[in-house]
Design a protein around this ligand. Structure first.
Ligand SMILES: Nc1ncnc2c1ncn2[C@@H]1O[C@H](COP(=O)(O)OP(=O)(O)OP(=O)(O)O)[C@@H](O)[C@H]1O
Length: 605
């Protein structure tokens, strides 16, 4: 391998770059500032620690000299000084551990919360390109890799050079020749530390990437159990996971070996320095150049001259490791949120709203336009069914109306005011959205219903559930509204989940309703119950419904037929069915006939 390739592979430039340090500094500064008391405390204790180190070395030497000289008066004072030193050391260690815990965990806690808040604020465009496993690994992996740059890790960057210089100054006062001799191993310590630091950094970068990939595999597995089982993917996924797991194990072992060599190397350099100092120092004692006590002080202190040099290189490697974790977090923070404040519920005016899509041009990826100069007007208080083939842009309309995505041109108006003039909360509080795939939070039915808006009373909740045709079922359960429904409501049937989702929308009581009619097959009774619940929900609201069922479409006051991002036909069922065009074809081949209409006796809705 030539040198250039090696430089590229090992990322030397980045290893030595201070730009990354600046990035870290500016990202972490506000967090460190917020907990400045802990950091100031740690900074103060750093000098206490250095003073104790020097004083302990002085104490050992002096007590030895006093003993050899049978100077009991001095010995008495030294014993008292020793006790004092020990007490200060124990106390400062205790406070140090406490402050370090505060300094590290308080920063992590705040960063954790800010990251969560930031993700809640991310627009749909950013979220659609992020994998939930990757997001999860920021919390489980990246944040915990910051230890190297906060708390004691940060202090060590100051502590190591100072203690090394202080030890050197003290040692020179004892004997400058012995000091310079001890310092001769410094280049080996620095070079060794730097090489192992670099190897460790590169290895831990790989570990982080692999952990992120493993978290992605795990979340995919947990979300896709049904598909995994029905396609019998178990063995395939198992072997893929086993490979990644093995690779992680190998990297962890490599990390352990590197660390082992790193610490063993540091200890070897320390031992060599110790032995050189002891042997040469012994000659100096024999020649009466230094006392036995001075030699003891020297060998006690000489390690504090050398280990900070290897330690500093190791610490730098720790920094590099934290930098790669922080880089990933910074990339996320660099993506702009859709609003500054977290949206929250407040009651919106329950009046009928006109909705207009005016000259909308929109593309998800900047390459292919889903809409070009798209126009659509939804009259106030009416039910408008959107029909069209797959990929026509029906769901995209919902995405734009709720500002999950922003159009590149044109505007969407609610009652002649642009939705961009509303806050996200104002806009979304006036809309109730019932998606095709129901999402329920794990917890109880009650918890899922009450989150529709704050302050829902027991009577309102029951009324909402009754209007959604789910109250009877809920009360038939042993725990009633307090029944735990499992992750994503897995313990309920598809129809029951849909009706709880409808009850939630009823309880939200918003004046605009967006409904993405489920295409999944329900049994005829369930379908009838859902249909009846939807009819109640749509009453007196401006409703936009992506419709698949013939009965919904037939009852809509306006039907907009979409194809390739354009409205190609618009009107009532009776008009459209007699026109040649897409509607006729969809009617013939795509609309779903409700099962209950054929299987149940006639019903009134
Ligand atoms: N998040 C996204 N990122 C990129 N492209 C997208 C995204 N969502 C949808 N698209 C693309 O935009 C186009 C319109 O999709 P949309 O989901 O609005 O269609 P649809 O009419 O609702 O289809 P369906 O009835 O199958 O749900 C499609 O070509 C789709 O591939």
């Amino acid at each position: 391998m030539n040198i250039r390739k090696m430089v590229d592979k090992w990322n030397f430039k980045q290893y030595l770059s201070t730009k990354d340090m600046e990035k870290i500094f500016f990202l972490l500064l506000p967090y460190v500032k917020k907990h400045k008391k802990a950091y100031i405390g740690l900074f103060f204790l750093l000098f206490v620690d250095i003073a104790i180190t020097l004083a302990s070395a002085w104490f050992v030497g002096n007590i030895m000299d006093a003993a050899l000289q049978s100077n009991f008066g001095r010995l008495k004072w030294l014993v008292l000084a020793g006790i004092g030193l020990s007490m200060i050391s124990i106390t400062s260690n205790f406070i140090n551990i406490y402050l370090d815990t505060v300094a590290v965990n308080a920063v992590k806690k705040d960063l954790n919360l800010n990251l969560y808040e930031h993700i809640l604020l991310l627009p749909g465009k950013s979220l659609s390109s992020l994998h939930s496993g990757e997001l999860l690994s920021h919390f489980t992996n990246d944040i915990h890799s910051l230890d190297g740059v906060i708390g004691s890790g940060l202090m060590n960057l100051i502590r190591f050079p100072i203690i090394s210089i202080a030890a050197f100054v003290y040692l020179i006062q004892i004997n400058w020749k012995l000091s310079l001799l001890s310092l001769s191993v410094a280049p080996i310590a620095i070079a060794g530390g730097a090489v192992f630091g670099l190897l460790l950094r590169n290895n831990s970068r790989l570990i982080h990437e692999l952990i992120s990939s493993i978290t992605k595999s795990l979340t995919d597995t947990f979300h896709g159990f049904t598909v995994i089982r029905s396609f019998t993917l178990e063995k395939l996924l198992y072997s893929k996971y086993a490979q990644k797991n093995q690779a992680l194990y190998s990297l962890e072992l490599k990390d352990a070996k590197l660390r082992g060599w790193f610490y063993a190397g540091g200890e070897a350099v320390g031992s060599i320095t110790f032995l050189i100092s002891l042997i040469i120092g012994a000659y100096f004692v024999m020649d009466n150049i230094i006392t036995i006590g001075a030699l003891l002080t020297f060998i006690n202190l000489v390690n504090h001259l050398i280990y900070p040099l290897t330690g500093l290189a190791g610490q730098w490697a720790g920094y590099q490791n934290s930098i790669s974790a922080l880089e990933r977090i910074t990339n996320l923070f660099n993506q702009l949120g859709e609003s500054k404040e977290l949206p929250s519920y407040f009651a919106s005016k329950t009046i009928d709203h006109t909705i207009q899509f005016q000259d909308i041009t929109f593309s998800y990826d900047g390459k292919r336009n889903v809409f070009e100069n798209f126009q659509l007007q939804i009259p106030a208080g009416k039910v408008v069914a959107i029909v069209g083939p797959s990929g026509a842009g029906k769901s995209t309309l919902f995405n734009l109306l709720q500002r999950f995505y922003e159009p590149q041109a044109g505007s969407i108006l609610i009652d002649d005011a642009s939705i961009n003039d509303l806050t996200i909360s104002e806009l979304r509080n006036s809309i109730a959205y019932v998606p095709q795939e129901t999402f329920l939070f794990s917890g109880t039915i009650r918890e899922n219903l009450l989150l529709a808006r704050p302050g829902i009373t027991e009577e309102e909740m029951i009324q909402g559930a009754a209007n959604a045709n789910i109250h009877e079922y809920i009360t038939s359960l042993p725990e009633g509204y307090d029944t735990e429904i499992g992750e994503r409501g897995i313990k309920l049937s598809g129809g029951q989940r849909q009706r709880i989702s409808i009850a939630r929308a009823i309880l939200k009581d918003a004046s605009i309703l967006l409904l993405d009619e489920a295409t999944s097959a329900l049994d005829s009774e369930s379908e009838f119950l859902v249909k009846e619940a939807l009819d109640r929900l749509m009453k007196n609201r401006t409703t936009l419904i992506i419709a698949h069922r013939l009965s919904t479409i037939q009852h809509a006051e306006v039907i907009a037929v979409m194809e390739k991002g354009k409205i190609v036909q618009i009107g009532k069922h009776e008009e459209l069915i007699n026109q040649k065009g897409l509607y006729q074809e969809l009617h013939k081949n795509h609309f779903t006939q409700d099962k209950y209409e054929t299987t149940l006796s006639p019903v009134h809705c």
